[in-house]
Design a protein around this ligand. Structure first.
Ligand code: NAD
Length: 334
Protein backbone atom coordinates (compact mmCIF):
# COMPACT_ATOMS: atom_id res chain seq x y z
CA UNK A 1 0.00 0.00 0.00
CA UNK A 2 1.32 3.49 -0.78
CA UNK A 3 1.52 5.57 2.41
CA UNK A 4 2.65 9.19 2.73
CA UNK A 5 4.20 9.89 6.13
CA UNK A 6 3.86 13.56 7.13
CA UNK A 7 5.93 15.52 9.70
CA UNK A 8 8.74 12.99 9.31
CA UNK A 9 11.81 13.35 11.47
CA UNK A 10 14.88 11.17 10.88
CA UNK A 11 13.99 8.99 13.88
CA UNK A 12 10.42 8.39 12.53
CA UNK A 13 11.88 7.15 9.27
CA UNK A 14 14.36 4.85 11.05
CA UNK A 15 11.77 3.15 13.21
CA UNK A 16 9.00 2.95 10.56
CA UNK A 17 11.39 1.48 7.97
CA UNK A 18 12.60 -1.07 10.52
CA UNK A 19 8.97 -2.13 11.21
CA UNK A 20 8.20 -2.28 7.47
CA UNK A 21 10.15 -5.53 7.08
CA UNK A 22 10.42 -6.70 3.48
CA UNK A 23 9.21 -3.31 2.26
CA UNK A 24 5.62 -4.59 2.19
CA UNK A 25 4.25 -1.04 2.11
CA UNK A 26 5.60 1.83 -0.03
CA UNK A 27 6.33 4.45 2.63
CA UNK A 28 7.04 7.96 1.33
CA UNK A 29 8.50 10.34 3.86
CA UNK A 30 7.63 14.04 3.85
CA UNK A 31 9.12 16.40 6.42
CA UNK A 32 6.33 18.97 6.00
CA UNK A 33 3.41 18.90 8.43
CA UNK A 34 0.03 17.87 7.08
CA UNK A 35 -2.25 20.83 6.44
CA UNK A 36 -4.43 22.07 3.60
CA UNK A 37 -1.41 23.37 1.68
CA UNK A 38 0.49 20.06 1.83
CA UNK A 39 -2.31 17.55 1.15
CA UNK A 40 -1.22 17.34 -2.52
CA UNK A 41 1.69 15.12 -1.44
CA UNK A 42 -0.89 12.41 -0.69
CA UNK A 43 -2.24 12.24 -4.24
CA UNK A 44 -2.68 8.59 -5.27
CA UNK A 45 -1.79 7.25 -1.80
CA UNK A 46 -4.14 4.86 0.01
CA UNK A 47 -3.10 6.11 3.44
CA UNK A 48 -1.46 9.01 5.23
CA UNK A 49 0.50 8.68 8.45
CA UNK A 50 0.22 11.70 10.77
CA UNK A 51 1.53 12.90 14.12
CA UNK A 52 0.24 15.00 17.03
CA UNK A 53 0.36 18.47 15.47
CA UNK A 54 -0.73 17.58 11.94
CA UNK A 55 -3.99 19.21 10.88
CA UNK A 56 -6.82 16.74 10.43
CA UNK A 57 -9.84 19.03 10.38
CA UNK A 58 -12.79 18.73 7.99
CA UNK A 59 -11.25 20.65 5.03
CA UNK A 60 -8.01 18.63 5.16
CA UNK A 61 -9.88 15.31 5.49
CA UNK A 62 -12.22 16.23 2.60
CA UNK A 63 -9.22 17.03 0.41
CA UNK A 64 -7.49 13.76 1.36
CA UNK A 65 -10.65 11.77 0.58
CA UNK A 66 -10.97 13.55 -2.79
CA UNK A 67 -7.37 12.56 -3.56
CA UNK A 68 -8.23 8.90 -2.97
CA UNK A 69 -6.91 8.45 0.57
CA UNK A 70 -8.92 5.89 2.55
CA UNK A 71 -6.99 5.59 5.82
CA UNK A 72 -5.37 7.99 8.31
CA UNK A 73 -2.90 6.20 10.58
CA UNK A 74 -1.88 8.26 13.59
CA UNK A 75 1.51 7.37 15.01
CA UNK A 76 0.38 8.59 18.44
CA UNK A 77 -2.23 7.74 21.09
CA UNK A 78 -4.10 11.07 21.27
CA UNK A 79 -6.69 11.77 18.55
CA UNK A 80 -8.03 15.12 19.77
CA UNK A 81 -6.75 16.78 16.57
CA UNK A 82 -8.88 14.63 14.23
CA UNK A 83 -12.42 15.60 13.19
CA UNK A 84 -13.76 12.08 13.63
CA UNK A 85 -17.29 12.98 12.56
CA UNK A 86 -15.98 14.38 9.27
CA UNK A 87 -13.77 11.32 8.75
CA UNK A 88 -16.77 9.01 9.24
CA UNK A 89 -18.90 11.04 6.81
CA UNK A 90 -16.13 10.98 4.22
CA UNK A 91 -15.61 7.22 4.59
CA UNK A 92 -12.06 7.65 5.92
CA UNK A 93 -10.88 5.09 8.46
CA UNK A 94 -8.78 6.48 11.32
CA UNK A 95 -6.33 4.37 13.32
CA UNK A 96 -3.96 5.14 16.18
CA UNK A 97 -1.38 3.57 18.48
CA UNK A 98 -3.43 3.22 21.66
CA UNK A 99 -0.53 1.97 23.75
CA UNK A 100 3.18 2.00 23.04
CA UNK A 101 5.00 2.63 26.26
CA UNK A 102 3.12 4.12 29.18
CA UNK A 103 6.47 3.82 31.00
CA UNK A 104 8.09 6.34 28.64
CA UNK A 105 5.55 9.06 29.44
CA UNK A 106 5.18 8.18 33.13
CA UNK A 107 8.94 8.16 33.67
CA UNK A 108 9.32 11.53 31.93
CA UNK A 109 6.59 12.90 34.21
CA UNK A 110 8.62 11.73 37.21
CA UNK A 111 11.69 13.43 35.69
CA UNK A 112 9.76 16.72 35.59
CA UNK A 113 8.60 16.29 39.21
CA UNK A 114 12.13 15.58 40.45
CA UNK A 115 13.68 18.36 38.36
CA UNK A 116 11.24 20.95 39.68
CA UNK A 117 11.40 19.77 43.26
CA UNK A 118 15.18 19.49 43.54
CA UNK A 119 15.84 22.36 41.08
CA UNK A 120 18.13 20.19 38.96
CA UNK A 121 17.83 22.59 35.99
CA UNK A 122 19.17 25.46 38.11
CA UNK A 123 21.76 23.33 39.92
CA UNK A 124 23.15 22.11 36.59
CA UNK A 125 23.52 25.67 35.28
CA UNK A 126 25.08 26.87 38.55
CA UNK A 127 27.67 24.11 38.81
CA UNK A 128 28.79 24.70 35.22
CA UNK A 129 29.43 28.34 36.22
CA UNK A 130 31.47 27.25 39.24
CA UNK A 131 28.69 28.29 41.62
CA UNK A 132 28.27 25.66 44.30
CA UNK A 133 25.99 27.68 46.62
CA UNK A 134 22.81 25.88 47.71
CA UNK A 135 20.62 28.87 48.58
CA UNK A 136 17.54 28.75 46.30
CA UNK A 137 17.79 25.01 45.62
CA UNK A 138 15.77 23.80 48.63
CA UNK A 139 13.38 20.95 47.83
CA UNK A 140 11.12 18.69 49.89
CA UNK A 141 10.91 14.95 50.54
CA UNK A 142 8.44 13.35 48.17
CA UNK A 143 8.04 10.58 50.73
CA UNK A 144 4.84 11.20 52.65
CA UNK A 145 3.65 13.99 50.30
CA UNK A 146 0.30 13.81 48.49
CA UNK A 147 0.29 13.32 44.73
CA UNK A 148 -2.93 13.85 42.77
CA UNK A 149 -3.30 11.95 39.49
CA UNK A 150 -5.93 13.26 37.08
CA UNK A 151 -6.71 10.33 34.79
CA UNK A 152 -5.53 6.83 35.78
CA UNK A 153 -5.53 5.19 32.37
CA UNK A 154 -2.41 3.44 31.12
CA UNK A 155 0.00 6.34 31.76
CA UNK A 156 -1.59 7.74 34.93
CA UNK A 157 -1.68 4.27 36.53
CA UNK A 158 1.99 3.73 35.67
CA UNK A 159 2.89 7.15 37.14
CA UNK A 160 0.88 6.29 40.30
CA UNK A 161 2.82 3.01 40.70
CA UNK A 162 6.15 4.85 40.48
CA UNK A 163 5.08 7.52 42.97
CA UNK A 164 3.82 4.80 45.35
CA UNK A 165 7.41 3.55 45.31
CA UNK A 166 8.54 6.98 46.53
CA UNK A 167 6.21 6.57 49.53
CA UNK A 168 3.72 9.20 48.37
CA UNK A 169 0.08 9.32 49.41
CA UNK A 170 -1.95 8.98 46.23
CA UNK A 171 -5.24 10.59 45.28
CA UNK A 172 -6.83 10.25 41.86
CA UNK A 173 -9.83 11.36 39.90
CA UNK A 174 -11.13 9.46 36.90
CA UNK A 175 -14.69 8.69 35.79
CA UNK A 176 -13.54 5.04 35.52
CA UNK A 177 -11.53 4.10 38.63
CA UNK A 178 -8.89 1.41 38.12
CA UNK A 179 -9.13 -1.52 40.61
CA UNK A 180 -5.35 -2.09 40.33
CA UNK A 181 -4.76 1.53 41.41
CA UNK A 182 -7.19 1.09 44.30
CA UNK A 183 -5.29 -2.06 45.33
CA UNK A 184 -2.11 0.03 45.30
CA UNK A 185 -3.68 2.41 47.83
CA UNK A 186 -4.84 5.13 45.43
CA UNK A 187 -7.94 6.86 46.81
CA UNK A 188 -10.42 8.14 44.20
CA UNK A 189 -11.92 11.54 45.03
CA UNK A 190 -13.54 14.40 43.13
CA UNK A 191 -11.31 16.88 41.29
CA UNK A 192 -11.85 19.65 43.87
CA UNK A 193 -10.84 17.40 46.78
CA UNK A 194 -7.77 16.26 44.85
CA UNK A 195 -6.75 19.84 44.02
CA UNK A 196 -7.20 21.00 47.62
CA UNK A 197 -5.06 18.19 49.09
CA UNK A 198 -2.29 17.47 46.57
CA UNK A 199 1.28 18.79 46.82
CA UNK A 200 1.83 17.59 43.25
CA UNK A 201 -0.94 17.45 40.63
CA UNK A 202 -0.18 15.45 37.48
CA UNK A 203 -2.44 15.45 34.42
CA UNK A 204 -2.95 12.23 32.43
CA UNK A 205 -6.45 12.59 30.98
CA UNK A 206 -7.05 12.91 27.23
CA UNK A 207 -7.97 16.25 25.67
CA UNK A 208 -11.71 16.24 24.94
CA UNK A 209 -14.30 19.03 24.93
CA UNK A 210 -14.87 18.16 28.62
CA UNK A 211 -11.20 18.43 29.64
CA UNK A 212 -10.24 21.53 27.60
CA UNK A 213 -8.99 24.07 30.18
CA UNK A 214 -9.94 21.68 32.99
CA UNK A 215 -7.15 23.38 34.91
CA UNK A 216 -8.03 27.06 34.59
CA UNK A 217 -8.09 30.00 37.01
CA UNK A 218 -10.78 28.44 39.21
CA UNK A 219 -9.10 25.04 39.49
CA UNK A 220 -5.69 26.61 40.17
CA UNK A 221 -7.22 28.81 42.91
CA UNK A 222 -8.60 25.59 44.47
CA UNK A 223 -5.11 24.04 44.61
CA UNK A 224 -2.96 23.99 47.71
CA UNK A 225 -0.98 27.27 47.64
CA UNK A 226 2.52 26.61 46.31
CA UNK A 227 1.68 23.18 44.86
CA UNK A 228 3.37 21.75 41.78
CA UNK A 229 1.45 21.19 38.53
CA UNK A 230 2.75 18.81 35.87
CA UNK A 231 1.24 18.16 32.45
CA UNK A 232 2.37 15.46 30.03
CA UNK A 233 -1.11 14.86 28.54
CA UNK A 234 -2.19 17.57 26.08
CA UNK A 235 -1.45 21.29 26.35
CA UNK A 236 -5.00 22.59 26.25
CA UNK A 237 -5.97 20.71 29.41
CA UNK A 238 -4.33 23.73 31.11
CA UNK A 239 -5.42 27.32 30.47
CA UNK A 240 -1.85 28.60 30.10
CA UNK A 241 -2.48 32.34 30.72
CA UNK A 242 -4.23 31.34 33.98
CA UNK A 243 -1.17 29.28 34.95
CA UNK A 244 1.13 32.23 34.17
CA UNK A 245 -0.99 34.51 36.39
CA UNK A 246 -0.85 31.93 39.21
CA UNK A 247 2.93 31.58 38.87
CA UNK A 248 3.24 35.38 39.15
CA UNK A 249 1.07 35.49 42.28
CA UNK A 250 2.83 32.48 43.85
CA UNK A 251 -0.40 30.44 44.06
CA UNK A 252 1.28 27.91 41.76
CA UNK A 253 4.59 26.81 43.28
CA UNK A 254 6.02 25.29 40.12
CA UNK A 255 4.96 24.08 36.69
CA UNK A 256 6.36 21.28 34.53
CA UNK A 257 4.96 20.86 31.03
CA UNK A 258 5.83 18.61 28.12
CA UNK A 259 2.85 19.86 26.12
CA UNK A 260 1.57 23.34 25.38
CA UNK A 261 -1.74 24.41 23.87
CA UNK A 262 -0.07 26.38 21.05
CA UNK A 263 2.80 23.94 20.57
CA UNK A 264 2.05 23.27 16.89
CA UNK A 265 3.92 26.45 15.91
CA UNK A 266 6.92 25.65 18.12
CA UNK A 267 7.67 22.03 18.92
CA UNK A 268 9.59 19.40 16.94
CA UNK A 269 11.83 21.93 15.13
CA UNK A 270 14.97 23.96 15.79
CA UNK A 271 13.93 27.59 16.33
CA UNK A 272 17.08 28.56 18.23
CA UNK A 273 17.93 31.32 15.73
CA UNK A 274 14.37 32.67 15.59
CA UNK A 275 12.43 35.12 17.73
CA UNK A 276 9.63 33.44 19.70
CA UNK A 277 6.49 35.40 18.88
CA UNK A 278 4.23 33.62 21.38
CA UNK A 279 4.34 35.96 24.40
CA UNK A 280 2.61 33.51 26.76
CA UNK A 281 5.15 30.82 25.97
CA UNK A 282 8.06 33.29 26.14
CA UNK A 283 6.83 34.44 29.58
CA UNK A 284 6.73 30.81 30.78
CA UNK A 285 10.39 30.41 29.88
CA UNK A 286 11.38 33.30 32.19
CA UNK A 287 10.23 31.62 35.43
CA UNK A 288 12.88 29.83 37.50
CA UNK A 289 10.19 27.42 38.75
CA UNK A 290 8.98 26.32 35.31
CA UNK A 291 10.44 23.46 33.28
CA UNK A 292 9.31 22.96 29.69
CA UNK A 293 10.19 20.02 27.45
CA UNK A 294 9.08 19.96 23.81
CA UNK A 295 6.66 17.01 23.73
CA UNK A 296 9.40 14.46 24.32
CA UNK A 297 7.77 12.32 27.02
CA UNK A 298 7.10 9.54 24.48
CA UNK A 299 10.61 9.70 23.09
CA UNK A 300 12.32 6.45 24.07
CA UNK A 301 13.72 3.72 21.84
CA UNK A 302 11.17 1.27 23.21
CA UNK A 303 8.25 3.60 22.48
CA UNK A 304 9.42 4.44 18.94
CA UNK A 305 9.89 0.75 18.15
CA UNK A 306 6.38 -0.02 19.45
CA UNK A 307 4.88 2.95 17.52
CA UNK A 308 6.52 1.64 14.34
CA UNK A 309 5.22 -1.91 14.90
CA UNK A 310 1.63 -0.86 15.69
CA UNK A 311 1.51 1.63 12.80
CA UNK A 312 2.59 -1.07 10.37
CA UNK A 313 0.11 -3.52 11.97
CA UNK A 314 -2.66 -0.96 11.30
CA UNK A 315 -1.56 -0.77 7.64
CA UNK A 316 -1.32 -4.58 7.30
CA UNK A 317 -4.80 -5.11 8.77
CA UNK A 318 -6.34 -2.40 6.60
CA UNK A 319 -4.83 -3.89 3.47
CA UNK A 320 -6.00 -7.39 4.40
CA UNK A 321 -9.49 -6.65 5.79
CA UNK A 322 -10.38 -3.01 5.04
CA UNK A 323 -10.20 -2.29 8.81
CA UNK A 324 -7.11 -1.13 10.75
CA UNK A 325 -6.23 -3.14 13.87
CA UNK A 326 -6.66 -0.14 16.19
CA UNK A 327 -9.47 2.01 14.77
CA UNK A 328 -10.66 5.25 16.35
CA UNK A 329 -14.38 5.75 15.95
CA UNK A 330 -16.50 8.87 16.28
CA UNK A 331 -18.07 7.61 19.56
CA UNK A 332 -14.67 8.01 21.26
CA UNK A 333 -14.77 11.81 21.14
CA UNK A 334 -17.06 12.16 24.16
P1 NAD B 1 -5.88 6.26 28.50
O1 NAD B 1 -7.02 6.38 27.55
O2 NAD B 1 -5.34 4.92 28.86
O3 NAD B 1 -6.28 6.99 29.89
C1 NAD B 1 -6.92 8.22 29.99
C2 NAD B 1 -7.71 8.20 31.31
O4 NAD B 1 -8.25 9.52 31.53
C3 NAD B 1 -8.90 7.22 31.28
O5 NAD B 1 -8.83 6.36 32.41
C4 NAD B 1 -10.11 8.13 31.33
O6 NAD B 1 -11.22 7.55 32.03
C5 NAD B 1 -9.54 9.34 32.08
N1 NAD B 1 -10.33 10.56 31.95
C6 NAD B 1 -11.10 10.97 30.91
N2 NAD B 1 -11.68 12.14 31.22
C7 NAD B 1 -11.26 12.48 32.46
C8 NAD B 1 -11.54 13.59 33.31
N3 NAD B 1 -12.36 14.58 32.94
N4 NAD B 1 -10.93 13.61 34.53
C9 NAD B 1 -10.12 12.61 34.90
N5 NAD B 1 -9.83 11.54 34.14
C10 NAD B 1 -10.40 11.49 32.93
O7 NAD B 1 -4.75 7.20 27.92
P2 NAD B 1 -3.17 7.13 28.22
O8 NAD B 1 -2.52 6.21 27.28
O9 NAD B 1 -2.96 6.98 29.68
O10 NAD B 1 -2.74 8.62 27.76
C11 NAD B 1 -3.24 9.78 28.42
C12 NAD B 1 -2.97 10.99 27.57
O11 NAD B 1 -1.55 11.22 27.54
C13 NAD B 1 -3.34 10.79 26.09
O12 NAD B 1 -4.68 11.11 25.83
C14 NAD B 1 -2.41 11.72 25.37
O13 NAD B 1 -3.07 12.95 25.15
C15 NAD B 1 -1.26 11.93 26.36
N6 NAD B 1 0.02 11.44 25.84
C16 NAD B 1 1.08 12.27 25.84
C17 NAD B 1 2.33 11.85 25.37
C18 NAD B 1 3.54 12.73 25.39
O14 NAD B 1 4.54 12.42 24.73
N7 NAD B 1 3.54 13.83 26.15
C19 NAD B 1 2.45 10.54 24.87
C20 NAD B 1 1.33 9.70 24.90
C21 NAD B 1 0.12 10.14 25.39
Amino acid sequence: MRVVVFSTQAYDRRFLERANAGGRHALEFVSLPLDLATTGAAEGAAAVCAFVNDRLDRPVLARLAALGVRLVVLRCAGFNHVDLAAAAELGLAVARVPEYSPYAVAEHTVALVLTLNRKIHRAHARVREGNFALEGLLGFDLHGRTVGVVGTGKIGACFARIMAGFGCRLLACDPTPDPDCEALGVRYVGLSELLAAADVVSLHCPLTPATRHLIGAEAIAAMKPGAMLVNTSRGAVIDTPAAVAALKSGQLGSLGIDVYEEEADLFFRDLSADVIRDDVFARLLTFPNVVVTGHQAFFTEDALAAIGETTLANLDAFEATGQPSHPVSVERLA
